[in-house]
Design a protein around this ligand. Structure first.
Ligand code: SF4
Length: 346
């Protein structure tokens, strides 16, 4: 079985019951579908609430667009001075090399922009203009390769981009955001790992993982190939109802990441992407989950819970806060058991 891309294929392999085929065809006509073998194999077809299926099998509710949902939920377009660049914060830019992914997540915040029917990537001219933009702005310290999934590109193309970035003195860090180690771990070859390393400058890789079952032996081996090559690994996880919104699942996921030498970095609150309301939790529930995580597992396992403010206003940490009061005299700080303690203001 190769990657499943149509409602007919999902029905044929019993990931979707045949009576839902027509509805799923309508969804697939609107939003890209791809389910690679490595993830398909994790799905328990007898479990109607399987957390892997929930992330990747299309659902008819995706056509239910709510008034609060936005085509561009994190406001990339408002901060895109040239094609392929998003420059939201002074010291860093996103460089979007491609709109293609190995798997299409049903909750994706860029779901309106990604897919094989979208422009496949930056043309050579657009890439030159994007690199010129970075080159001419000395305040850009970090370049974040995102997409789509940048690791869908060949090692040859990645090597060329990295070589260009390496030649820009003021760019000190390159960060790659990817779901590839989980989606198609075999594509994270030694050659690809060599291609994303820059001599003299650290490349960080942020791996997108939402459920502990995604960290298969193959996915762990793909991450190990990067870690062994000296690439620091971070994680990003999206808080998803029915996937990882239970404390025991989040504990297991964060511990598993650390065991794979991946430092938990972000837990994203679900963005207001069209047709994704079935995944969203409320912020208070996310804060409670973080509070439980803090009380139960090592500090190494703590991501920052963040929300992207619609309109392109950036990410903000959304708690929880352990400071109950803070004035000129004193602070009241809560411990991980919920007990409150006074502390002098200075
Ligand atoms: S891999 Fe990332 S960009 Fe691609 S569909 Fe999933 S969340 Fe979206």
């Amino acid at each position: 079985m190769t990657t499943l891309r149509t409602a007919a294929q999902l029905c044929e392999h019993a990931y979707v019951p045949s009576e839902r085929r027509q509805a799923i065809e309508t969804v697939a006509a609107r939003y890209a579908v791809a389910l690679p073998q490595s993830l398909a194999a994790l799905i328990d077809r007898n479990n109607s609430s399987d957390p892997i299926a929930r992330q990747f099998i299309p659902d008819v509710t995706e056509l239910d667009h709510r008034p609060e949902e936005l085509y561009d939920p994190i406001g990339d377009d408002a901060h895109s001075p040239v094609e392929g660049i998003v420059h939201r914060y002074p010291d860093r830019v996103l460089l979007k090399l491609t709109h293609v992914c190995a798997v299409y997540c049903r909750f994706c915040f860029r779901r309106e922009m990604v897919g094989p029917d979208k422009p496949t990537g930056l043309s050579p001219e657009a890439l030159t203009a994007a690199l010129d933009y970075i080159r001419s702005r000395p305040q850009i310290w970090e370049v974040i390769l995102t997409g789509g999934d940048p690791l869908i590109l060949s090692p040859r193309r990645l090597r060329a981009v990295m070589k260009n970035l390496a030649a820009i003195d003021h760019v000190k860090i390159v960060r790659v955001h990817t779901r590839m180690p989980v989606a198609e771990p075999a594509r994270v070859t030694a050659d690809l790992v060599r291609a994303i390393r820059i001599k003299g400058k650290p490349t960080y890789v942020a791996v997108h993982v939402n459920h502990p079952r995604e960290l298969t032996a193959q996915a762990r081996a793909a991450c190990a190939r990067m870690a062994d090559a000296g690439i620091p690994l971070l994680s990003q996880t999206v808080l998803l109802a029915g996937v990882n919104d239970k404390p025991e699942v989040m504990d297991e996921l964060m511990r598993a990441l650390v065991e794979c030498r991946i430092k938990p970095y972000y837990l994203h609150h679900g963005d207001l992407a069209p047709g994704t309301s079935r995944f969203r939790t409320d912020i208070a529930a996310g804060q409670e989950l973080m509070r439980q995580l803090r009380g139960r597992v090592s500090g190494l396992c703590q991501p920052t819970y963040v929300l992207d403010i619609p309109g392109g206003h950036g990410k903000s940490p959304v708690g929880p806060s352990y400071v109950r009061l803070c004035d000129s005299q004193e602070a009241v700080v809560e411990d991980f058991n919920g007990a409150q303690h006074r502390y002098p203001a200075r």
